[in-house]
Design a protein around this ligand. Structure first.
Ligand code: KG4
Ligand code: ZN
Length: 334
């Protein structure tokens, strides 16, 4: 069969990224232009600045990506773009850019759910083995999904309140760790020990998660200690939070592996870059005689290669979008 090349675009939040992906798994070129340092000044992503920076950067990111290969846009079989969920203004920059390329070069347009993109980051340099359990842990989502085949999703559980990444970011803020908080907490936790006795979020037998209780407990603890003039041990509190937050995931994943008897676990989304989480999931999968798949670090956080990987099964099914394609701010995997 002829090789299929997809030019993929990702602009859902604060990374402008373009990739060329061959056959849904070989990354021929990838560029990620992050705006993190700009947003760090404000303690979080400022939507208006994000979309303006995407507009400024996107053509340069395309140019840089093309320079990394001998391929031209005319060699592409399709143009793929993340269209939900995310910041509307940011998504629209990528969508309009994708439409223009598809129109000028007469290529099919493929719309990709960003969260499904995170899942398909596991297909890069790899083959997805079905049935599988997918744990989606990002800034806005915490979901446990069963996949019996490509694009066959069944929601097993999800967060009832905050997403795990959001909890990392909010706790980081109270500990004066700059945005984005996840990597900062991980670093600080390495220097501390889990000495604080924190509530483990949900102790029931469902597959749902909860993070708002843990987050609020820490915010109150820090405020109360500050008011009393007591010193907070930031390193130990970071380590204690990370342990409790991850414990909530591993307990539910363990339950899901046992109850479903599925033997493949894949992890998706920015929080999957966390080394402590990776280690704990390795233990849980080994106990359950299951296999663990986690993307390389570069494909864990937002990037366009995962959008190219997720677009491939849609290309094979000829599921193309038309030029009425619009952005959607909210979405789940299914
Ligand atoms: O998937 P992602 O890049 O963007 C979204 O789609 O949301 O995820 C971003 C989230 C942020 O909350 C960030 O703090 C978290 O992933 N994150 C981490 C780590 N790296 C990124 N959380 C914990 N440990 C990390 N090493
Ligand atoms: Zn993401």
């Amino acid at each position: 069969m002829k090789d299929i090349y997809i030019l993929a675009i990702e602009t859902s939040c604060d990374e402008t990224s373009i990739a060329i992906v061959k056959n849904g798994k070989n990354v021929e070129a990838l560029t990620i232009s992050t705006q993190m340092q700009t947003h760090a000044k404000y303690g979080g992503v400022v939507p208006e600045i994000a979309s303006r920076m995407h507009t400024e950067n996107i053509t340069l990111v395309l140019e840089e990506t093309l320079k990394k290969t001998n391929l031209k846009i005319s060699d592409m079989d399709a143009i793929a773009v993340a269209y939900k969920p995310g910041l509307l203004g940011s998504l629209l920059v990528g969508i309009e850019f994708a439409k223009v390329l598809a129109y000028i070069y007469q290529k099919p347009l493929i719309k990709v759910n960003h969260l499904i993109g995170h899942i398909y980051a596991n297909a890069i340099n790899n083959e997805l083995k079905f049935p599988l359990l997918a744990l989606v842990v990002s800034g806005g989502h915490t979901e446990l999904v069963i996949m019996k085949d490509n694009y066959n999703f069944e929601l097993l559980g999800a967060t009832k309140d905050d997403a795990i990444g959001e909890a990392f970011d909010k706790v980081a803020r109270i500990l004066d760790i700059p945005y984005p908080g996840g990597p900062g907490i991980e670093k600080l936790a390495l220097e501390g020990n889990s000495t604080y006795n924190l509530p483990i979020p949900v102790m029931d037998e469902t597959f749902d998660f909860s993070y708002s209780g843990l987050k609020s407990y820490i915010i109150n603890l820090v405020h109360n200690e500050k008011q009393k003039g007591n010193e907070i041990n930031r390193k130990n509190l970071a380590a204690s939070f990370q342990k409790a937050a991850v414990e909530e995931l591993t307990r539910k994943v363990n339950l899901a592996l046992k109850k479903t008897n599925i033997k493949n676990l894949i992890v998706a989304g920015g929080v999957s870059a966390n080394r402590y989480l990776r280690e704990r999931l390795k233990e849980i999968t080994e106990i359950n005689n299951a296999k663990l798949f986690i993307p390389d670090f570069i494909y864990c956080t937002d990037n366009a290669a995962m959008i190219g990987a997720a677009a491939y099964p849609l290309f094979l099914n000829k599921e193309f979008a038309d030029f009425s394609l619009n952005a959607e701010s909210q979405a789940n995997v299914c």
